[in-house]
Design a binder for this molecule. Structure first.
Ligand code: PLP
Length: 440
């Protein structure tokens, strides 16, 4: 490291030491460990509105929002009241409930899906959507794009070398070659690669899955018309088009990324996966889509899928309350805050001459520390990690909590008011200087 990770945080350090003794790497999801930026992960004691408070009592403006879910900010009073009331009625029954029906109606009402099935995580949603696509088409191959993340599903943890359609090799030990070998990994935004893969394997491809607008390599929006091209190519070859909106759903815009392209251009995905915002901060996710495809799912059809806590009444209540409060006004507020912050970042980095690309879809954005535009994973890897780490720690020391990795989206909430935004803007110039010192 070419800089000093900022600040002493003894309570977080002590918890991290205890955590490391009993939890692999001290965390329950890898990016939380701060491995990419160095320093001690902050153990969070509480959160309110736009702010996180760590175990040492430090308060931060939160620009992660639980990696997306907290669209309304933390501890929103109406969501909390609804959850508290639901808890008094018991926490799980293993039988159907009214909140599930209402959340399903809400999702069907504001997205292109006709029917929806609840699960507990985004990983389960993409895993189940893929099984359903294979069951529906009777085919095995899946296409995904490099740098797109769909949860830790075996067949989707495949990466490829370069170039055109390569049958994937696993990118983690533990995934059998036979599983990764069913996945074709292509460069994002590359129409020729998609055309070539379908030309070679068209009659064996069950589905193409893509993030609706990738946010897991930093924000890399689809080129205009790219999603429409994917949908049309899939249809032509009898494959299903799965749009992964786990991150973008009810986040990029009120109806998700689809509102920004498919709705305007007049096409629909066959299947869509959801998570993050739709759980309102509790474990809830879903997959849905065409009624004829969803009819293949058990108990209506032969493709098996189930879950003890699927549609859990507390989680669906949190999600339903969040979505009902997520009005056009909420998205307008978040977009205004995103305008101010992205302008501030551009000004601060521009002033010190640090190469950067700020990329955005709807309310979501991220900052690459390299020249843009960034259109695929290879280009995303040009970002200067060290410069980002210096920027990150300077922001942390000034009370602004950023994603601890240069390859992640930044998330705001409707609780990011003038005061919270002002604190971010004030911190930017010296963080930009810290990044500049790494590059110089
Ligand atoms: C977060 C995410 C997932 C996985 O969701 P989990 O709830 O973490 O399993 C899948 N797809 C996308 C696009 C995501 O951002």
């Amino acid at each position: 490291m070419t800089y000093d990770p900022a600040g002493s945080v003894p309570a977080s350090e002590a918890l991290f030491a205890r955590a490391n003794a009993v939890i692999p790497g001290g965390v329950n999801s890898p990016v939380r460990a701060f491995a990419a930026v160095g320093g001690t992960p902050r153990f969070i004691a509480s959160a309110q509105g736009a702010y996180l408070t760590d175990a040492d009592g430090n308060r931060y403006v939160d620009l992660i929002c639980s990696w997306g879910p907290m669209l309304l900010g933390h501890a929103h009073p109406e969501v909390q009241a609804a959850v508290a009331a639901a808890i008094t009625r018991g926490t799980s029954y293993g039988a159907p409930t009214q909140p599930e029906v209402e959340l399903a109606e809400e999702i069907v009402g504001r997205t292109p899906v006709e029917k929806v099935r609840f699960v507990s995580s985004g990983t389960e949603a993409t895993m189940s959507a893929i099984r359903l696509a294979r069951g529906f088409t009777g085919r095995d191959l899946i296409i995904k794009f490099a740098g797109n993340y769909h949860g830790h599903v075996d067949s989707l943890l495949a990466a490829a070398g370069s170039g055109l359609a390569t049958l994937g090799v696993s990118s983690t030990p533990g995934v059998p070659a036979s599983s990764a070998g069913q996945t074709i990994v292509l460069p994002y935004n590359d129409r020729a690669a998609v055309t070539a893969a379908f030309a070679a394997h068209g009659d064996q491809i069950a589905a193409l899955i893509t993030e609706a607008s990738p946010g897991n390599m930093g924000v890399v929006p689809p080129a205009p018309g790219f999603n429409a091209f994917l949908a049309e190519t899939c249809t032509r070859h009898g494959a299903l088009f799965i749009s992964d909106e786990v991150m973008t759903g009810f986040r990029a815009a009120r109806e998700g990324q689809w509102e920004l392209d498919g709705k305007v251009e007049g096409w629909k995905p066959d299947l869509v996966t959801f998570g993050k915002v739709m759980g309102g901060g509790l474990p809830a996710a879903a997959f849905g889509g065409r009624a004829d495809v969803m009819a293949m799912l058990s108990p209506a059809g032969p493709v098996y899928q189930a879950g003890t806590l699927s549609g859990n009444p507390i989680a669906t209540t949190a999600g339903l309350t969040t979505l009902r409060l997520a009005t056009d006004e909420v998205y307008a507020r978040i977009n205004r805050a995103a305008d101010l912050i992205t302008n501030g970042i551009g000004d601060a980095l521009g002033k010190v001459g640090v190469a950067h690309a700020i990329q955005r879809t709807g309310t979501m954005f991220s900052v690459f520390f390299c020249d843009g535009p960034v259109t695929n994973f290879d280009e995303a890897k040009r970002t200067n990690d060290q410069a980002y780490a210096a920027f990150f720690h300077s922001m942390m020391s000034q009370g602004v909590y950023l994603p601890p990795s240069a390859y992640e989206a930044w998330f705001l909430s409707s609780a990011h008011d003038e005061t919270a935004v002002a604190q971010v803007l004030e911190a930017l110039p010296s963080a930009a200087e810290a990044a500049g010192r790494v590059i110089a």
